[in-house]
Design a protein around this ligand. Sequence first.
Ligand code: BES
Ligand code: MN
Ligand code: ZN
Length: 503
Amino acid sequence: MKTIISSSSPSALETDSLVAVVLDESNSASGEKDKKPELKVATSDPALQAAAADLLVSGEVSGKLFETNLLHKPASLKAKRLLLVSGGSAKKFSSYELRRLAGAAVRTLKGRGIRSFTFAAPPEIPSEEAVRAIIEGAHVGNFDPDYYRSDRKDQKIDEVTVVAAGDTKALESAANEARIIGESQNFTRDLVNEPSNRMTPTILGERAKKMCAEVGLKCEVYGADKIKELKMGAFWSVAQGSDEPPALIIMTYEPAGAPAKPVVGLVGKGITFDTGGISIKPADGMEKMKYDMAGGATMIGAMRAIALLKPKVKVIGIVCATENMPSGKAQKPGDVQIAMSGKSIEIINTDAEGRLVLADGLHYARQLGCTHLVDAATLTGAVVVALGYANAGIFANDDDMYNRFKQANAKAGEKMWRLPLDDEYKDMIRSSIADIMNSGGRWGGAVTAAMFLKEFAEDTPWIHLDIAGTAWMEDQKPWIAKGPSGIALRSLVEFVKGFAPAS
Ligand code: BES
Ligand code: MN
Ligand code: ZN
């Protein structure tokens, strides 16, 4: 999507559609039921306010978040159409809502065959922040997953202009960064969207290699021999059951002028299909387990964004990719495996495979010199029970690391919620035959899975993101299609940027 910054007044711009935000300035907190909204277009352009005035006082507009109203030939505007998107209460309005409104505007307009539009940045949000939110959100809205439908319309917005006041050069640079992040998020979503027959570990490795070559990253993709040579017994225990060869993907970003430390390690779960293995999953809904590589795809997309944004921070991306299959070669409950770190693991449930591949991924990242670790994984159904679809789970073994990540997370406008890692939970994964079990049973399942990973992060500051409930949209929303969401990529990129020395 081409992105343009303009400082002219919205009413003076010739465009297929001008998009403006409507805010409700009534005190909705007072909770009166029949309270009338006090609607206003978020703009300092009187001509734009005038164009919407009759509609806004008509009583036909509620002002509720995501409501859209389209006017043709709006009076006193050069635009062919005016799309008003309601942002809800003015008091609660932030770049979080703005990002989603931009997505909703894209989805509304592209459904009508429109290919370019202009978004009037609401003056309520600082210009640079608004530009980022609008462009990131527009990219999120522009993605549709219906690749294999013969009737795919392939409607897309090709060009978005953001009208905002301020230093045009600075805003253009913000727009460019937001475009890189939005494109990278959609790159991740493309990978996640592919079914497992078209996204094997080998293909995921090839896609990572191709991307790395394009953006100038070093990339190594290793197969079974190297995994065994590295003594990645936990990773291999999952891979051994599949006829599809596994792939250990290592992407390295080492910009000139970056300090020796920190080295951020981004480790992703890349299960291209999770049948559960011998502890096989029920058939109902199993097709969704093609997205069990979302954590890995997120790291590949994040590395793409980082390579293009060029922060002066060393980053290593690691994806442990394999299928989890039942077969005559598959591991069985009761088996004992030795992880790369030397820890012995009693396999209680072969469906708890994500933590196994990540155990070795995290250990390897430490061995490669990573001083800070973040992993992302569709790790547990239990995190969906705990947090539903709205928040991803965050776990951290270090409060400074958590605070850093949380700041990045807020900036990126992604919802995540911290869950505990108290020592008490460690008892739940103690094994009588080995150092640790790969399942702690039903209760606190997201926590015990994270406790398992913690054993392999050891004393390295580490964040674990359980994105099982958030990596896939169960339904479409006004701002995003049903399907892969690309969650966590923006937070990861912000997090890495946060380590760059001030220039
Ligand atoms: N990939 C699943 C987790 C998952 C569930 C992702 C739902 C997305 C949506 C993971 O490998 C898994 O099977 N976890 C088990 C762990 C259990 C056997 C200890 C689970 O959550 O049931
Ligand atoms: Mn599983
Ligand atoms: Zn899984």
